[in-house]
Design a binder for this molecule. Structure first.
Ligand code: BES
Ligand code: MN
Ligand code: ZN
Length: 474
């Protein structure tokens, strides 16, 4: 898909289709569109669309009217309108499209360009069916109305969409295809395409490093575990930002087996990994002046005669011992060794992202990612990045009182903290491994995936992560 910025009146655009907003000054009030809106009993609110053909005064054959209601032009309404526009554009198979400019509250024109490119490019994402060739993109070109001609922000939006597509694709793949080995191959492919440094540690390498916690999860599976690192260097003087992503390619629960209903969805337990790979793709494409390293511990969590059992005690790379009270709290067991491992990169900050707890879905639903941090400045930067990218996070506490719930009689800590505050005790567990650097944790169990009719991966939190990294480059 090719994006451009053009400064012509939208009526004069002679492609297939133009997209206008009900509350825009020009297109709607200067034509008979207002009349057609009334004639069609069109209910104008964010998310509604009206498709018109051969409108007087328009050179394009088709006009898509996006309902905005009388509401202010909030960022959220803008995204809703653009998202519904993209499904209409796909359905009518438009090849060349122009979209009208619209002022958005609290955001500048750069932001609208970036967001329009991101949302419309994302609309081209399709779940790739096993054994079926990828279809061609339907929309070929999109012109955004603007008096400026710097396409920089548009390219950013596209790169973010590309990162999101990679994350969604990996999340949507079934676990018999998307194994730890597959994720390692994906990282190596990215390294080749974008000239990045890639290292993949095998089981024996991890055993040498003393990663007894990570290996206690993978040992019940026939799939070999991997520890992937991928580095982009855009600034020779800076310490790297390190992103760590949970890569459990299937979470059966292990011996603490999960119930059967909806268990298919546990293929998305690698969406933390997918999001850091996606973020790396975006950053490598944009080449900002930062250093970024991503680290992905990846395993499959299965029950087997040689799987870890409740009550087993393991020693992590940090030397701290862990009583595995529940083999389904496996994410923290692989992350803690990865979080010790990343010390070798001398990180500026470390941000991990993980589908870590069902409890975060209870607390925050599907809207905000759960955020916990040992450094308030870092938390504030991430909250701001979430607001700008409309990929928001909400902070939860990390007080010592919660940490006490991890007490074990048989080891330095248990791997669960009981029924209460499950998202916070999971983060408290990780916090015991991140004391050497500024660290934040994003629990994305609620936001990385949607269930129901639109079942699939969302590509979150690629927008938040990339916004944060790009902010650090400015
Ligand atoms: N991968 C799950 C968390 C999860 C649950 C992600 C639902 C997406 C949807 C994680 O490994 C897990 O099983 N967590 C347990 C922790 C519990 C045993 C303390 C949970 O949330 O139930
Ligand atoms: Mn689990
Ligand atoms: Zn899990």
């Amino acid at each position: 898909m090719k994006f451009s910025l053009i400064d012509t009146p939208i009526q004069n655009f002679d492609g297939d289709c133009v997209v206008v907003f009900t509350n825009s000054e020009v297109a709607v009030s200067d034509s008979n569109i207002q009349q057609l809106i009334e004639l069609n009993n069109f209910e104008s609110k964010p998310g509604t669309t009206l498709l018109l053909n051969l409108v007087d005064g328009f050179k394009a054959t088709q006009v898509v009217v996006l309902g905005m209601g009388d509401l202010p032009n909030t960022a959220k309404n803008y995204i809703k309108a653009l998202t519904s526009a993209s499904s209409v554009l796909n359905a009518i198979k438009s090849k060349s499209v122009m979209i009208e400019a619209l002022d958005i509250d609290d955001f500048d024109e750069n932001w609208s360009h970036r967001m329009a490119a991101r949302v419309l490019q994302n609309a081209n994402y399709e779940i790739q069916q096993v054994g079926v060739d990828k279809k061609d993109e339907s929309i070929e070109s999109i012109a955004i109305q603007s008096s400026q001609d710097d396409v920089h922000e548009v390219l950013k939006g596209q790169a973010i969409a590309d990162g999101m597509s990679l994350a969604r694709h990996l999340g949507d793949l079934p676990s018999n295809i998307c194994t730890p080995t597959y994720l390692a191959q994906t990282a190596q492919d990215l390294a080749k395409e974008f000239n990045l440094e890639c290292e993949v540690l095998e089981e024996a390498d991890m055993a040498k490093l003393g990663m007894g916690s990570l290996l206690s999860v993978s040992k019940g599976s026939i799939e070999p575990p991997k520890l992937i690192s991928l580095s982009y260097k855009g600034n020779s003087n800076a310490k790297p930002i390190v992103l760590v992503g949970k890569g459990v390619t299937f979470d059966s629960g292990g011996i603490s087996l999960k119930p059967g209903a909806g268990m298919d969805e546990m293929k998305y337990d690698m969406c933390g990994a997918a999001s850091v790979l996606g973020a790396m793709r975006t950053i490598a494409q944009l080449q900002p002046k930062v250093n970024l390293t991503i680290v992905v511990p990846t395993v499959e969590n299965m029950p087997a005669h040689n799987a870890s059992k409740p009550g087993d005690v393991v020693t992590s790379m940090s030397g701290q011992t862990i009583e595995i009270l529940n083999t389904d709290a496996e994410g923290r067991l692989i992350l803690c060794d990865a979080l010790t491992y990343v010390e070798k990169f001398n990180p500026e900050v470390v941000i991990d992202t993980a589908t870590l707890t069902g409890a975060v879905i209870v607390a925050l639903g599907k809207h905000h990612c759960g955020l916990m941090a040992n450094d308030q400045d870092l938390a504030d930067d991430l909250l701001a990045a979430g607001r700008t990218s409309l990929d928001s996070a909400w902070q939860l506490p990390l007080d010592d009182e919660y940490d006490e719930l991890l007490k074990s009689n048989f080891a330095d800590m248990g791997n669960i903290g009981g029924r209460e505050a499950g998202t916070v005790t999971a983060a408290c567990f990780l916090a015991r491994y991140t004391q050497g650097y500024r660290w934040a944790h994003l629990d994305i169990a609620g936001t990385a995936w949607v269930s129901g009719a639109k079942k699939g991966a969302t590509g979150r939190p690629v927008p938040l992560l990339t916004q944060y990294v790009l902010d650090q480059a400015d």
